[in-house]
Structures are given as structure tokens and as C-alpha cells.
Design a protein around this ligand. Sequence first.
Ligand SMILES: NC(=O)c1ncn([C@@H]2O[C@H](COP(=O)(O)O)[C@@H](O)[C@H]2O)c1NC=O
Length: 206
Amino acid sequence: MYIGRFIVIGPDVGAYRVSSRSFPNRKAVARDDAVTIAPTEDAPETDNPYISYNCARIVGDAAVIGNGSQVDPIAEKIELGYPVRDALAETLLALDYEKDDYDTPRIAGTIGEESYIGIVRRDALLIEQVTEPALVATYEKNTPEPFAFRVESAEEAAIAAYELDFEHPVCSVGVARNGRDASDVEGDASDSDASDTFSFAIKNGN
Ligand SMILES: NC(=O)c1ncn([C@@H]2O[C@H](COP(=O)(O)O)[C@@H](O)[C@H]2O)c1NC=O
């Protein structure tokens, strides 16, 4: 089954995976307090505005993950002190679903004292607090649903998300609260210890 990009929120460990039929030549790149999805060196030129973006940000007490440019304003609102639910709802509503051939939804999740998962589709805006692991994807599974995600660290989350049996995996990012595992999982990207409170791990395909 192809579900496109997806998010799992644990609620203390989470992951974001890029699956892609159309733009598989991409990788996750770790920065100081962010992870960027970027084309690989051999990727064909494209003017699609939706395929390169920060997919994870750490802001103080929260980590934000998502499938597009909404990640930055959500993170900035949380940093300004917005309630997390409101930061997600306002940003997803403002940016809305992507104006591509598929009306691809925007998905986002946060990990923190309270964790949330959300999606804006052509027909809905859904934001839910997460207390048990939940998944939302751009296609097919586009309503948050319970999901068995038994991982303890950012590294385990990145690997588990990458290896889930959904088609066309490209790369994944794991985020853990109070984690200490910032080591590279595999591939050529190096991870960074994002903060005292959160850690990232990245898994890139070959
Ligand atoms: N976030 C991403 O990594 C991403 N990758 C592809 N898209 C959009 O989704 C469309 C379909 O892509 P695909 O066939 O790879 O699922 C693309 O034309 C693009 O507009 C994306 N936008 C949202 O998920």
C-alpha cells in the first residue's frame, strides 16, 4: 500500500517518513536544531515547491515534525508561547492543503509535555492530542489512527518508520524526548544532538 508521507507520534517518541513515487531522489539532512528534506545530488531539476523543506524542528520544550513548510511557522508559534493545539490549527488552516495534482494534505505532529497530531485536507482540519501512538499519512490513512509503535529512542523510531511495510520509502527521521542517542543510523547524513530535551536520528535510503 502507498500512503505517501506519514507521521507517527508515540507520544514521547515520534517519526516522520518520506515515501515518494514521484521524487525518490531525496535525503534527510541534520542541522543544529532541524532536519531538512533535500534533493540528492543526482536528482532531476524540478520546480515543485513541496519537496524540499524542514521536516523537523526543536523549539525549547517541543519538537515539531511535518511534511512541508508548515513546520517552521508551527515551531515559531510554539516558541512565542502559543498553545500547541492552536499553533497547529492556525498554521495548517492558513497554509491549507497543497495545491498540487493530488490536493496533498499537510500533516504535522508535535512531541512535548502534551503531544499532538494533525492534518489539513481539502475536506477537513483535524488536530488531536496523542496519548497512545497514532499515525497519519497524506494518502489512504489520512485520519489519525491508533498505531502500534514500540520504540524507545530516536534511532529506533527512524529505523522502524523506514522499515514499515508501506511502498516507496525514501528517508525517515526519528525524534525522542529526553533521548540521548544522536548517533547516525546509516547512510551519509550525520545527526546532531538537537537539545538537552530532544534528540534526532536519521535514516536515509541508498
Ligand atoms: N512533503 C513531501 O516530501 C512531498 N513529496 C511529494 N509531495 C507532493 O505530493 C505529490 C505526489 O508525490 P508522490 O507521487 O511522490 O506521492 C507531489 O507532486 C508533490 O506535490 C510532497 N508534499 C507533501 O507531502
